[in-house]
Structure formats: C-alpha cells, structure tokens
Design a protein around this ligand. Structure first.
Ligand SMILES: Nc1ncnc2c1ncn2[C@@H]1O[C@H](COP(=O)(O)OP(=O)(O)OP(=O)(O)O)[C@@H](O)[C@H]1O
Length: 633
C-alpha cells in the first residue's frame, strides 16, 4: 500500500511574521516610552506603567496564542472524501481484472469504519454541525438544579423516543430512546428520565397521547424539562446480527408499544440488533444499513411466544408447522408439476431407459460422467416422498427447518470468508420443477468439469449391464439404504417405481475433498440438511421469469413428463411453474443466499458462475453455528 493519501487534513504553515509578532512591537513601544520617561514628557509615566502591567502582558500572551492557533488550524484538502471514495469503489468494481492492490484498496475503502471516518472528515471539513441549538432560557428558577433542559430541533424527523405513564403516580417517563434517532444523537435524553414539561406545558397527569399531540403541533425546536434518571443502565451488549426467519409488520401488531417506531422486516432480511436492553422489544437496523435510526422489533422470546399463540389459535391447522412456514400439503403442491406418469411395467421401459442412458453418455465430454442427472432420480424427486411402511418417511415429511424456525425466529449470523485452503462451499440449486435447474447445472459442469461436479447418488435399483458402481449410482441394498436413511446420511431421498434413490452427505464430501466445487439440486425440504457446518451450502434459487417472458424463451424447450416422454411446454406448465415458484419463495425465501431469474440461458449461466465465485471467495453472512457453537438468545 502507498503510505498516506493526500486527502486528509493538512497544516497551513504560512505565517505572517510582521503582523504576528505583536509582543515584539510592543516591547519597542515600551522602550520608546521609557526614553520619554527619562526626558520627563507629560503622561509618559502613566503609559509606561500601563504597558508594563502584568495583566496586559498576560492578555497579550493569550492573544498571541490564539493568533498562533488560528494560523496553524487544520483545513481539509478536499471536503468530499467520502464521495471520492465511492467513485474509486465504483471504478474498482468496473475493472475487468483487478490487481491484488486494487482488490486490497477495494476492501479497505469498503470497510464501514473507514467510510465512517471519511464521512466524519467531510462533516468537519464542511463545518456541517447542524442543528444549532438555541440558547437556554435565561429565567430559570434557582431551585431546579436537578432538572435538565433539553432543546431538540425536529428537522421533520421523529424525535426517536417513546414515553410511558406510571399509572400509580401519574408521572410521565421516557420509555425508550431509539438508537440513532434524534434524541439518542443529542445524548441528552435517556430511558427512565422523568418528563416534567414539553414546550412549557407541564405534563404531569396527562395521557401519553396528549403529550404526543403537543409534540405533533410543535415545529422546529422542542424544549423538554426532565429530571434525569439517577442510575442509568450501561448497555454493554455486543453487536448481534441475525437473519429473520419470519415476516413482521409493526402496523399489524397491536402489542407493539409504538407502531411508528417499529420496523417492518421480511423473512431472509439481515438485521443488526443494536439494543437488547428490553427483554421484549429489541432495536434493530436492516442491513445493508440505509438509515442511521433503528426500529423496534419483537425480541426472540416474544416472537416465539407470538408464534406459539398463533399456532394454538389455529384449531384446524395440521400442527406440523406454523402457518408462516411450509406445511406438508403445501409442499406437495410445490413439488407437483406433472406427476402423472404412464405406469409401464419394468420390462416395457427397460429398453427406453437404456436408450436414454446411452444418449446421456453421448452428450458427455470424453472420460467425464455427469452424475446425478438421471431421469429415474429426477422423477423420483418429483414424486411424493414415500410414507408409511418403510420407516423412511418421517425426516422428510416435516422439514426440520420448520422446527428450527419455530424454535428460533431469528438465526444468528456472522460474516464468513472461506479460507483458500478450506474445502469449497457446497452449491445447492433449487427452483420449481421445470424452471431449468438441471439445465443450468449441467451446462456449468460441462463448461468446466475440472472445477464443478455433481454428487453420485445412491440407489437400491439393480446395476445394469452398461453401468459401473459408483459412476451412475452407488448401488446398495434396501437394508443398507434404510440404515443410511435412519442414520441421517442422506441430504434427501425418495422412492420411484419401488426403488429408493438418495443423495448422501458423504457423496457431496467426496467431491469437496477432491478439491472441486460440488453442485447439486435439492428440493426445498432438504435445505436444512445442507445448511450445516460441514457442507456450508450456498443456496441459489432459480426463479421463473414473468409468464410472457417464460413462454417466449421456452418455445423450443422440452419438459420431462414421465420416464420416456418429453413434450413441449403448455400454458398450464408455465402457470404451474410460476405458482410453485411463488410458494417456494414464500415458504423458503429466508434461506436463499442468491436468486437468479432464469430468463435467457446464457445470461443465467454467467450469473450462476459469478454467484458461485462470490460464494467461494467473498465474505458472506452464514449461521453462527457453522463457525462456533450455537448460543441461545
Ligand atoms: N432459460 C431457458 N430458456 C429456454 N429453455 C430453458 C431455459 N431453462 C431451461 N430450459 C429448458 O426447460 C426444460 C426444463 O428444464 P430442466 O430440465 O432443467 O428443469 P428442472 O428445473 O431441472 O426441472 P425437472 O427436474 O423437473 O426437470 C429443458 O428442456 C431446458 O432445456
């Protein structure tokens, strides 16, 4: 790095010696006057005494010091350092092949601390110290030492504090001060301060709504007379970052102390919890931070209580999941696109399967087999997960993510950057059936088979003559499969035509430990199984484009409908894809790390490549449990 850049504060060293050295001039004058005293000139005694007086000497020294300070005071070289830094960031972003130094500079300039420093620099440089508070009233009675007069200039923004009335005493108190709001920034109002007057109106005995009215009608400066709280609690909590797993709207929550101070959030939003002093209502900011002012959100325990209440208040809901999350019935909708397959017997489609297998081989790059794309596996994933009898059903019937969201409406997250020597993060693609998940995955692996690879699935189906164990599938018997399923070795599994198929964690780890990037497609219920410390999955949702766009781009595309039939897309297919996609986003959107709208295939591939590179090389928010043991909050 270069040493220091020249955008900082610098010292002006132009000193006007003649003008400055007042003391020297004065000593000449004193000399002259002393001569006059010697010559007995009238009044010279008096003048000599005055000039020699110690107080005048001291005053002159102070004057000289002030002059010196004015001359040497700092001045900004430029007053738009933060703007300049943003320009540099955008230029760096546009570099097609940024050098190591460019990347380092980008990281440095992107640091929130440096940005805050540059912004503070500009504020100081521009002397932008608004709002300027008016002087305190002069007629304050002497017996009010314990009071504090606080003048705030509203500037069209809310004051950022809430009040409450003590029902026994009728006193009004500041209930909470919103982090980053006007009151908080003034540093003069604190939770627990007793409010005595607002703009000269005594507030004792008033209803909080009446005080709000006084505030609403005051423009510009608002003057509070408060008795400060004696033992102010110290907020020594560390910063907490969470991902919201549920939606919240303060306007629809009658329990919130002040709806206007509340913050709306959607599942998947990243929140910075800036204050947890209150056990019920936290203060948070949405990331990336767009506003300096925090908002009120329900604490984790309050939200859990609300969820439980909601859950039990729905007598006709299947109590497998709460409403905000996936239910099994809805999930079936998500999976279904066209599960009506022709019930041919094994012999009848055996030859078709062979033909398809062969064509699958012929599309492959020499010596490289694309595992995990086989029709039987894909159709198996589309079908209902087998239930009853086999003992294999329960783990998929109710996704564990439902339980974890019920247990924790917020997921604590940390910023994580993969170390270059660590194995890659698993890339998990998902999307409504037919949107193009497999097409994108296949293209990606074909472009660079040395970097990307799928995981080889397991099956209980017998090996065929043209197959090799461990290449198309890991072939195992039913007992082994059930044993693996029982021991939760599978990310997901299902049944198709009497045989089980599944993708194991080990199969993914095999690819990762070989130094490759493993890319698989999953059904939404498997999200929980890949968001683990060992796989650290980066979940990419492939979203359908708008209907008319989807129709336009899929004119020549073929949809797999059964084992041996493909056909052109129909209008109903597009509608089903759109509907299934909407539900998937609604129920699982909180777990999507990235979304790609699969409009044009070429553009989607490029986006996928970029997203994967970012997932592997750039810092991302990941669950804290991946990095350190989970802390309950
Ligand atoms: N962006 C696109 N433009 C045009 N055709 C596309 C696009 N994306 C995918 N397709 C085509 O749509 C068809 C379905 O895609 P694909 O088989 O990848 O679906 P899928 O999401 O994997 O669902 P399933 O696993 O149920 O088949 C394929 O013929 C594919 O070539």
């Amino acid at each position: 790095m270069r040493p220091a850049m020249e955008t900082g504060l610098h010292v002006d060293v132009d000193v006007d010696v003649e003008e400055s050295d007042l003391m020297q001039i004065l000593s000449h004058v004193v000399e002259e006057v002393r001569d006059s005293v010697g010559r007995d000139i009238n009044g010279s005694d008096l003048l000599y005494g005055l000039l020699n007086a110690p107080w005048l000497q001291s005053l002159l020294k102070v004057y000289e010091c002030l002059q010196q300070y004015l001359r040497s005071s700092t001045r900004p070289h430029l007053s738009y350092a933060s703007g300049l830094s943003l320009e540099i960031l955008s230029d760096l972003r546009a570099l097609p092949y940024p050098s190591h130094e460019a990347r380092e500079l980008y990281t440095l300039l992107n640091e929130p601390h440096l940005q805050a420093l540059l912004s503070a620099h500009d504020v100081v440089g521009l002397k932008d110290y608004e709002p300027i508070l008016p002087p305190l009233p002069e007629d304050l009675p002497d017996d009010e030492e314990a009071m504090r007069i606080v003048c705030l200039v509203k500037n069209k923004q809310p004051l950022g504090a809430t009040i409450r009335r003590d029902e026994t005493t009728g006193e009004i108190y500041v209930a909470r001060v919103i982090h980053g709001g006007l009151a908080d920034r003034s540093g003069l109002l604190h939770a627990g301060d007793r409010l005595v007057e607002v703009n000269g109106h005594p507030v004792f005995g008033l209803e909080p709504e009446q005080i709000i009215q006084i505030l609403a009608h005051s423009h510009g400066t608002v003057m509070f007379k408060v008795v400060p709280i004696t033992n102010r609690p110290v907020n020594n909590q560390t910063m907490l970052y969470v991902r919201a797993l549920v939606d919240y709207s303060p306007q629809q929550d009658p329990a919130i102390p002040c709806a206007d101070a509340g913050m709306v959030f959607r599942r998947g939003d990243l929140l910075e919890i800036v204050d947890q002093t209150d056990a019920l209502w936290w203060q948070a900011k949405k990331l990336p931070c767009s506003s300096a002012c925090a908002g009120l959100i329900p604490s984790s325990s309050l939200l859990k209580r609300k969820q439980r209440e909601f859950w039990w208040s729905q007598p006709y809901q299947p109590h497998t999941c709460i409403k905000t999350l996936s239910t099994v019935d809805e999930e079936d909708d998500i999976l279904a696109i066209d599960v009506t397959f022709i019930e041919a017997d094994e012999e009848a489609f055996e030859s078709e399967e062979l033909r398809e297998d062969e064509s699958e081989f012929s599309t492959n790059i020499e010596g490289i087999y694309l595992a995990g794309f086989r029709r039987s596996l894909r159709l198996c994933r589309r079908r209902r997960v087998h239930s009853g009898g086999s003992g294999l059903s329960c783990s998929l019937r109710c996704p564990s993510s439902c339980y974890s969201a019920l247990a924790n409406p917020y997921e604590e997250v940390v910023r994580y950057q993969r170390h270059p020597e660590d194995t890659h993060r698993l890339i998990a693609l998902l999307g409504p059936s037919g949107v193009g998940v497999n097409e994108l995955r296949r293209r990606l692996i074909e472009i660079n088979p040395k970097t990307y690879q799928g995981a080889t699935p397991h099956t209980t189906r017998p090996l065929k003559s043209h197959e090799e164990p461990g290449r198309e599938y890991h072939f195992i018997n039913r007992d082994q499969f059930e044993n693996m399923a029982y021991n939760q070795c599978f990310i997901e599994y299902g049944e198709y035509r009497g045989h089980f198929y599944g993708t194991s964690v080990e199969a993914v780890k095999d690819v990762l430990t070989a130094g490759k990037i493993c890319i698989i497609d999953i059904e939404p219920y498997a999200i929980d199984a890949v968001r683990t410390h060992e796989l650290r999955a980066y979940v990419i949702y492939i979203k359908p484009p708008p209907l008319d766009q989807m129709k336009r781009t899929r004119v020549n595309s073929q949809l797999i409908t059964s084992y041996y039939t493909t056909r052109s897309f129909k209008d109903e297919d597009f509608q089903e894809i759109e509907e299934a996609g909407r539900k998937m986003e609604q129920h699982y959107g909180q777990f999507f790390d990235h979304v790609i709208v699969n409009d044009g295939l070429q553009a989607s591939c490029v986006q996928l490549l970029t997203a994967i590179r970012r997932a592997q090389d750039e810092p991302q928010w990941v669950p804290v449990s991946w990095i350190r043991p989970t802390v309950q909050f």
